[in-house]
Design a protein around this ligand. Structure first.
Ligand code: UDP
Ligand code: MG
Length: 340
């Protein structure tokens, strides 16, 4: 009854590109010769995307489901909303803008057939603007240094996750997260393959510099406390050096007498220390802000509607029974803001 594959696609104001996506995605999936479902999740689009998704659902209702979110939740929460609806044994995510060629899904499936439960991808020649590539390289390196997550190309969203990994992700309740990294923490046999990457042909990137910075802070704070440790360490070193400086100046005061020179040097040192303190405060603030969001326990996203074919009652019953077999986990998920 469950399909073999679920393709998950977040859509946010992608009306220009959707027709072409439908045109390429379905043949690519049909060609695999496996049962599949496509789960689109509309992330609060304000253009004609929802109408197009509805039409596509009417065209292929047997293999299409559409999750409509009430408002924009961000790409990663949108994907989590879709994950909650998937039934496939393999779950494959890709972007709606055709930067991830749907024809590459076959290679992810092959890697999963070979035993991988997490298929990461590396964009063979990434087609994005220069500053995006440079920023990604920097963030990749920073993340490698601070977390235990080993992903070569964290930005590529064409990825495959086994049902066991998706189930584990579905039991997480974190508000600000990064799906590939979160899933990685549950993977037992992660692999990486190279895939093609295309330029965004229609529509615009939904990530401004600010949103990218936020996303990378989510990644850093969500998977490591290294930034905090770095500041407690750096703070200790700086405090020791400052103490030595104070002792030195005190001794000079006793031996040489009062001195006015070197005032600006002291200013320089003071400004440096204030700067370090402010950055440290900011880092603490990033964590505190996320803890604050988390403890409020508001729903992470709101599902306005799910377009899907009515399922036979027997199938629904079987699913309900499967769910109530795990009462503890389900109760936890409900309380923590699962949107149902
Ligand atoms: N997206 C989304 N919600 C958002 C931002 C983006 O669902 O708030 C979707 C978007 O429609 C696309 C994917 O996430 O399918 C990747 O976005 P985009 O192509 O703009 O990112 P980029 O390729 O520039 O990193
Ligand atoms: Mg894109």
């Amino acid at each position: 009854m469950s399909p073999q594959l679920s393709a998950v696609i977040p859509v946010y104001n992608e009306q220009e590109g959707l027709p072409l996506l439908f045109e390429r995605l379905y043949p690519a999936l049909d060609a695999l010769g496996r049962s599949y479902e496509v789960v689109f999740v509309d992330d609060g689009s304000t253009d004609g995307s929802v109408a197009q998704l509805r039409r596509q659902f009417e065209r292929r209702p047997d293999v299409t489901r559409v999750v409509l979110l009430a408002r924009n939740a961000g790409q990663h929460l949108a994907i989590l909303a879709a994950f909650a609806q998937t039934r496939g044994a393999y779950v494959i995510t890709l972007d709606a803008d055709l930067q991830n060629p749907p024809e590459e899904i076959a290679r992810i499936v092959a890697a999963m057939d070979a035993g991988a439960d997490y298929v990461g991808t590396i964009r063979r020649s990434r087609r994005d603007v220069l500053w995006r590539k440079a920023a990604s390289r920097l963030m990749n390196r920073l993340r490698e240094g601070t977390t235990s997550i080993r992903i070569t190309d964290q930005g590529c969203m064409l990825r495959g996750y086994h049902r066991s990994v998706v189930d584990a992700v579905n039991h997480c309740t974190e508000v600000s997260t990064y799906v590939p990294a979160l899933a990685y923490t549950f993977a037992r046999h992660p692999v990486e393959i190279e895939v093609a990457h295309a330029e965004r042909m229609l529509g615009q990137s939904k990530y401004s510099l600010y949103r990218l910075v936020r996303l990378n802070f989510d990644l850093m704070t969500g998977f490591s406390t290294a930034p905090l440790q770095f500041f407690s360490l750096a703070g200790t070193v700086i405090a020791v050096i400052s103490l030595l400086l104070v002792a030195y100046l005190a001794i000079r005061r006793l031996i040489v007498g009062p001195e006015a020179e070197g005032l600006f040097t002291l200013f320089g040192i003071a400004f440096f220390l204030i700067g370090v303190a402010l950055i440290g405060l900011g880092v603490v603030g990033e964590y505190v802000g996320r803890i604050y969001e988390q403890v409020r326990q508001r729903p992470r996203y709101t599902v306005a509607a799910v377009l899907e074919e009515p399922r036979p009652a027997a199938e629904r019953l079987a699913e309900d029974r499967a769910v109530s077999d795990r009462p503890a986990l389900v109760a936890g998920a409900r309380v923590q803001g699962a949107p149902e």
